[in-house]
Write a protein that binds this ligand. Structure first.
Ligand SMILES: Nc1nc2c(c(=O)[nH]1)N[C@H]1C(S)=C(S)[C@@H](COP(=O)(O)OP(=O)(O)OC[C@H]3O[C@@H](n4cnc5c(=O)[nH]c(N)nc54)[C@H](O)[C@@H]3O)O[C@H]1N2
Ligand SMILES: Nc1nc2c(c(=O)[nH]1)N[C@H]1C(S)=C(S)[C@@H](COP(=O)(O)OP(=O)(O)OC[C@H]3O[C@@H](n4cnc5c(=O)[nH]c(N)nc54)[C@H](O)[C@@H]3O)O[C@H]1N2
Ligand code: SF4
Ligand SMILES: [Mo]
Length: 911
């Protein structure tokens, strides 16, 4: 090979240029000699090497995770140069809990890894902006922080003066799930008595069936506790796409010998790795679960000792009224929260210990042997057991009977039920998708029953609800003044449904008769049960609002009947709509005032959300872009202005029921007398006052990137130091009662709503879908691998990994019948709305359903018409029940979900 000198090299370059200029002649390229070793010393032009070297230098490394609603919570190193984030890298330093369990490293996903690019994109909010055109017109004027907070403060005070308390919504969404960011707006809402929806239910993420059964849906497994399971069934979850940093524990469990089963209507990215895929008909999961129950009972695969101690299955039920036998039935002035089981040893009914009305707070049977079967007489009242009721209901769901509903063969169900029952540790993993079906409560309740009957609880298994609430009293103090001063909390699904006038639109979509047959109630029943729930005070609802401060919530994207919802809300909050956001998202677009927030790498914070025991640290690697500020500091500024303006205007505040909301001290209260002025102050305060961090200082935490929570971090029970966290061990081993009415796992509910819908014991109902309307295709919208909801959806790297525009998934056979080609544009529609998208063929999808990943921003669609326009919805009235032991409004635990998968549509090609 002939060597070329620098001069020749340049000459060659010039020749190419000239060649291109003269006639675009390809032969010009041939005149360049190939260079096979650029590292050879004689190779002359080396400037680029230094360029690359310099790209990998930095001024400092900061620490952060991403505060978005992804349940990942992964510690990252953030590399900063000249005040700009160059790139980020997974930290990968989490300790192994013990040598027999895989570690949590390296946590991360492709979205988090491109945030350094996304944070500087065009949609980033940099300055405080005031709307100058009509709402949504896109005309803005820059104001200083001082001017804008003064205008907003005056409008807030006006609302209080004109309308009294309770007419300002100050809702924080799920876009800032880290401790300080999340606490800031809650603390503000607590001080002004603002309305805050439950963020679990306003998106549809609450596992209500798990609450019904266990009294706590937020007691679950750390992901490393999946590793020693020998049976894992995933229903309504797709962890390979939606639990990216945790999914490896499932597949490591598989290598460790576990059987992994995926139940899903499509062959999703997690199904493809499972031992068995059960291609279930969409929305029929409760029928499958009840068939498992049927096989378990009829084939005697039960564990009676576990059942007798841990569950309400031996509780006595009156045959005449069909209600639980209560002390109040037997004694004048007796408790209605004390229940009985039949003791086979003494041949008499004895009170069950551990119930809400019992003074004996233990599940230990201590010599009592409760009967599971039979009929007995107690003081002239004929009684039987919950187990007898459950058995009678389960008898209706033999696998041979449900086969047509579920599409899963009876033989397969029988075989699988036996494997499940025989497992040492069985984890039934639910995604949040379970909360987005009207019958999700039935699925989860019946699966809890499968587990209870077969003795799976604590270390031997349970339901994985995708979320653990740790014990963080100082955080509660920061956000909610330790429950002394509270926002006006409201059920999420109910609040959105009512305020968005969704019943009106639901009536235009669903066929009432068909609906009743499918889901067990019609819209008239639902209306009555909503009115009853609000009227009885089971669930609070605060009515129309006058002003809205929306923080980290893309409400005009995530809500159903999307455009109609937006129109309705904008009309309601004519006086004031402030949006606090990092991006110009589809909600920010419509605001009167936009306050730019600091992004993940621009603020101090801590994060514990997820499936692990680590609290990650955000060390503000860079200052916020433009004039953006951390959420905490924005609220500090706003309260400063409210306090100043209220004093100047002589508006003292107001008495709000029992609570006084003093506007003259609101800033002093918010900042704890000046101690908590900034995000840094609040972070430090949390670290220094939280015993669950084991006395490790903030400086040490920053150095390391995370804290490891000590035993005190466990809410239901201590976090074991050298073992993964299994839920409810305190109950199965420590005999601590569950937080349920009977103190036991609950499989009988005689609340009037449950009686009315024929659901006193676990049973099966359909979802609404296509069979409850006149549109032929059911529809579902799982979460995408290439974004977290609307975050990072328009990032160019994420777009390049997919089709780059909103697309629906369609079975090729269905597509052929409709004349739709792969890649063609289609119109998806029903009576409530329409949208346009690209068709993508997906052979494993049922021919009776369409699928579309959720999270595209409305402005990414043609004519800005989003998918949620064609998303009809309703509520599950059972989730509105209250006044019954553990059923009553409980933030993040019990209230009605917004349902995403009840709608149906039609599809046609667009010429
Ligand atoms: N990459 C990424 N990760 C995320 C998110 C994100 O947006 N992107 N969002 C986070 C949040 S807040 C949430 S709520 C979760 C959501 O994530 P998941 O809990 O996994 O829920 P989905 O993605 O909605 O649906 C999961 C799967 O349910 C299956 N499915 C659909 N209908 C049925 C049915 O009727 N029966 C059964 N058995 N299966 C069905 C489909 O195969 C679908 O892939 O993900 C979290 N993680
Ligand atoms: N059809 C259909 N609809 C659905 C779903 C579905 O499966 N199907 N899923 C539902 C579910 S489970 C969910 S969780 C929701 C998600 O619903 P969305 O509300 O759309 O969630 P995000 O896109 O995370 O929106 C949060 C916003 O917070 C902003 N943000 C991010 N970081 C910060 C910060 O530090 N400070 C501030 N102030 N703002 C910040 C972001 O710009 C983002 O727009 O969608 C629900 N809607
Ligand atoms: S976006 Fe979530 S899952 Fe992805 S790296 Fe960040 S914290 Fe982890
Ligand atoms: Mo969610």
């Amino acid at each position: 090979m002939q060597r070329i000198g620098r001069r020749d090299f340049l000459k060659g370059g010039t020749l190419v240029g000239a060649g291109v200029l003269v006639g675009n002649q390809a032969w010009a390229l041939n005149r360049l000699e190939p260079i096979d070793d650029t590292l050879n010393e004689e190779y002359p032009y080396r400037g680029w090497e230094d360029l690359y070297r310099r790209e990998f230098t930095w001024d400092k490394i900061g620490k952060a995770a991403h505060c978005i609603n992804c349940e990942g919570n992964c510690a990252f190193n953030v590399f900063v140069k000249d005040g700009i984030v160059l790139r980020e890298e997974q930290l990968g330093q989490y300790p192994q809990i013990n040598p027999t369990v895989p570690d949590a490293n390296p946590r991360g996903c492709q979205k988090g890894s491109i945030h350094s690019a996304a944070m500087y994109e065009g949609d980033r909010l940099r300055y405080p902006l005031k709307r100058v055109g009509a709402r949504g017109e896109g005309k803005w004027q820059r104001l200083s922080w001082d001017e804008i907070t003064e205008e907003i403060a005056d409008k807030i005070i006006d609302i209080f003066v004109e309308h009294g308390p309770g007419k300002l919504m100050t809702h924080t969404g799920s876009g800032n799930l880290s401790m300080v960011r999340f606490a800031a707006p809650y603390r503000f809402a607590s001080l002004v008595g603002g309305v805050q929806l439950d963020i679990f239910t306003d998106v549809g993420d609450l596992n209500t069936g798990a609450h019904l059964a266990y009294g706590n849906p937020l007691e679950s497994f750390t992901s490393d506790a999946w590793f020693d399971a020998d049976y894992i069934m995933m229903s309504l979850i797709n962890p390979n796409a939606t639990r990216i940093p945790d999914a490896h524990f499932i597949w490591e469990a598989k290598y460790n010998g576990a059987r992994v089963v995926s139940v899903a209507p499509d062959y999703n990215p997690s199904s493809i790795h499972a031992d068995l895929w059960l291609p279930i008909h969409q929305g029929s999961d409760p029928f499958l679960a009840m068939s498992f129950v049927n096989v378990i009972i009829t084939e005697g695969l039960t564990k009676p000792d576990f059942i007798k101690e841990q569950t309400d299955l031996p509780a006595l039920v009156r045959v005449d009224t069909g209600t639980l036998l209560r002390e109040a039935d037997l004694k004048e002035g007796g408790s209605d929260q004390v229940f009985y089981h039949w003791d086979l040893n003494s041949g008499a009914a004895v009170p069950m210990r551990g119930s809400m009305g019992s003074e004996d707070k233990t599940l230990a049977l201590d010599g009592v042997d409760p009967a599971l079967e039979g009929t007995f007489e107690v003081e002239g009242i004929t009684v039987t057991t919950v187990f007898e009721n459950v058995r009678a209901e389960a008898a209706r769901f033999a696998p041979e009977v449900t086969e047509a509903e579920t599409g899963i063969s009876a033989a397969l169900v029988r075989e699988e039920a036996r494997r499940f029952a025989g497992a040492r540790k069985a984890v039934l993993m639910h995604g949040f998708n379970i909360g987005r079906y009207s019958n999700g409560i039935y699925t989860s309740w019946a699966q809890s029953l499968m587990l209870a009957l077969t003795g799976h609880g604590g270390r031997t298994g349970g339901i994985d609800t995708s979320w653990i609430a740790w014990n963080q009293p100082k955080w509660l103090e920061l956000a909610l003044f330790g429950f002394q001063k509270l926002p006006r909390l409201e059920p999420g699904g109910l609040g959105e449904f009512q305020r968005g006038h969704m019943m009106e639109h639901a009536r235009k979509h669903f066929d009432n008769d068909k609906l009743k047959e499918r889901v067990g109630f019609d819209l008239d029943d639902l209306q009555e049960m909503i009115d009853e729930s609000i009227g009885q005070g089971w669930m609070p609802y605060h009515g129309d609002m006058k002003g809205l401060i929306s923080i980290a919530d893309n409400k005009f994207r995530r809500n159903k009947f999307a455009d109609k919802y937006r129109e309705r809300i904008l009309k309601e909050v004519e006086a004031l709509f402030v949006d606090i956001n990092v991006r110009m998202d589809s909600t920010a677009q419509w605001a009167d005032y936009l306050l730019p927030a600091a992004s993940h790498y621009e603020a101090w914070d801590l994060r514990t959300v997820g499936f692990h025991r680590f609290m990650n640290v955000f060390s503000r690697p860079v200052d916020p872009i433009g004039e953006a500020k951390p959420d905490w500091d924005i609220m500090a500024l706003l309260t400063r202005k409210i306090q100043d303006r209220a004093i100047k205007r002589g508006v003292a505040g107001f008495q709000d029921g029992e609570v006084s909301r003093d506007l003259h001290t609101i800033h002093d209260d918010y900042t704890l007398g000046g101690q908590l002025m900034t995000d840094y102050d609040a972070t430090r305060w949390l670290v220094e006052n939280s015993p669950e961090l084991g006395g490790v200082t903030l400086e040490e935490g920053v150095e390391r990137g995370f804290f490891v929570m000590t035993a005190e971090g466990g809410a239901n029970q201590p976090i074991p130091e050298d073992e993964p966290y299994n839920p409810f061990v305190a109950q199965t081993e420590g005999k601590k009662p569950y937080e349920t009415l009977t103190g036991r796992m609950t499989f009988f509910c005689d609340h009037p709503s449950f009686v009315r819908l024929g659901a006193t014991v676990p049973t099966a109902r359909h979802h609404a879908g296509r069979a409850a309307s006149s549109y032929p295709l059911s529809f579902y919208s799982p979460h995408t691998r290439w974004g977290i909801h609307s975050n990072w959806r328009s990032n160019k790297w994420m777009m390049r990994l997919q089709r780059g525009e909103p697309n629906i998934y369609i079975n090729p056979t269905l597509a052929a019948a409709r004349g739709i080609a792969d890649g063609a544009k289609v119109r998806v529609f029903n009576g409530t709305g329409e949208f346009f998208a690209q068709a993508k063929f997906y052979p494993s999808l049922p021919e009776t359903s369409l699928m579309m990943e959720h999270g595209w921003e409305p402005h990414q669609y043609e004519q800005a018409k989003p998918m949620n326009n064609a998303m009809a919805t309703l509520l599950q009235p059972l989730e509105l029940a209250g006044g019954w032991g553990h059923l009553g409004f409980k933030l993040f635990k019990w209230n009605a979900n917004q349902l995403a998968h009840e709608s149906s549509v039609d599809v046609e090609p667009v010429a």
